[in-house]
Design a protein around this ligand. Sequence first.
Ligand code: ADP
Ligand code: MG
Length: 203
Amino acid sequence: MAHLKTERTLVIVKPDGVQRSLVGEIIKRHENVGLKLVAIKMVTAEPTHVEQHYTLDPEWRRVTGEKTIAGYREKGMTPPSEDPYEITAAILEGLKKYMVAGPIVVMVWEGAHAVKIVRKLVGSTEPLGSAPGTIRGDYVLDSYQMADTDKRAVRNLIHASGSPAEAEAEIKHWFTPEDLISYRRMQDAIVYSPELDNYLGEG
Ligand code: ADP
Ligand code: MG
């Protein structure tokens, strides 16, 4: 089995993230935690490519619909529909407009527990509830209620894969194998090597 430190995840700075000049800040937060950038490109997406991206996971329609219904219930509110598939059909239409509104920056980050670590940095889907300190919690204030009222996707700056299986499929969807660069970084030794060198004394 591959070493945990080779886990990879896909991150997309969505059009609102690019428009808000947050590309540098978002990259910085991933670098700060110790993850390694192994691929990056700026593109304009096609609506069909966006739809395929979100439906790579056959469960996405159900899970995202249920998450939205639960989000409304937690606030004592009535969801726009009781049918998770009806909810995600509308979300998907919104996403096909949102994700093609301007350039996006697509990246692959590598490191131990990359998927979970990035989800932690990014914060929960609905910015209204995203914890302070997370990217969504610190930089955006949208909600399901606002998005659904205005019949559009929730604007939450960033996409990050939800599981290692999702990451693998998404990375293939956006990059060819040649786009992914394997390289060593000086700092990897201090993060990962089982035995540390002795750093005391003169160099
Ligand atoms: P995440 O991006 O956190 O993995 P999901 O995979 O559940 O979230 O949903 C994908 C994207 O669809 C979200 O990031 C958001 O932009 C949009 N979205 C999710 N739920 C809703 C909703 N109820 N209304 C509008 N847009 C939504
Ligand atoms: Mg998701």
